[in-house]
Design a protein around this ligand. Structure first.
Ligand SMILES: [Zn+2]
Length: 220
């Protein structure tokens, strides 16, 4: 049986790692697991953690690591029981070093540590800032138009022709804070993967297609 493919996508805000993660999952018929979606799903459960988590996320703070790790491990456990599971692309689960360490431990527990690769989508803080302040969202269908490549020229939603507006949550203070968090918290996680020789870097300051070509090279 071939080893399960485990891809861990890491990148600063605006790096497009979510997009790349979904493309990668689709290409190799892997599961896509995003921390954002999973946290939003958890909020819907009206218990203590669900309600507290809703407040924390609303403030724009990071969810505590133990909650993040618990959600991740519950999902991995489900995958382990699933027939035909080929692997998973993980998006947004290793924001800090301790999360990377726990994930590593879990992957070796399940016997999935042989084909694990962490992909760092590198963009400069300036590029990050521009992409976050200039990306737009469709007022009608919610589609997000990234500030990258040909999308910069789009005047109406490419899905429904709806009107576009700058996303309100992308204000400069929260962006600066997220960029600082990345430098302070996530870069040590990157270094951890680098030491284990599991880290692969991709230049993220190009079109989605070009970046994806490089991501594919890592996995083929
Ligand atoms: Zn639209």
């Amino acid at each position: 049986m071939p080893d399960k493919k485990i891809a861990i996508l890491i990148g600063p805000p605006g790096s497009g790692k979510g997009t790349q993660a979904k493309l990668l999952a689709e290409r190799f018929d892997l599961k896509y697991l995003g921390s954002g979606d999973t946290l939003r799903k958890r909020i819907k459960k009206p218990d203590f953690t669900g309600e507290k988590l809703a407040k924390v996320l609303e403030e724009g703070s990071l969810a505590p690591s133990f909650v993040v790790i618990k959600l991740l491990l519950d999902e991995l456990e489900k995958f382990k029981e699933e027939k035909g599971f080929k692997g998973v692309v993980l998006d947004g689960w290793t924001r800090i070093l301790s999360e990377a360490v726990f994930l590593d431990e879990a992957l070796s527990w399940y016997g999935w540590d042989r084909d694990t690769k962490a992909v760092f989508i590198r963009i400069s803080p300036e590029e990050s800032y521009n992409r976050l302040t200039k990306r737009r969202q469709c007022k009608k269908c919610g589609n997000i138009i990234p500030w990258v490549g040909e999308f910069k020229e789009i005047e109406r939603c490419n899905k429904c022709e709806g009107e576009l507006a700058t996303r309100i949550d992308d204000n400069s203070d929260s962006i600066k804070r997220r960029l600082e968090e990345f430098e302070k918290e996530t870069v040590p996680a990157l270094e951890y993967y680098r030491k284990k020789e599991k880290l692969f870097e991709v230049d993220g300051e190009r079109s989605i297609e070009k970046v994806f070509e490089d991501v594919l090279k890592i996995f083929t």
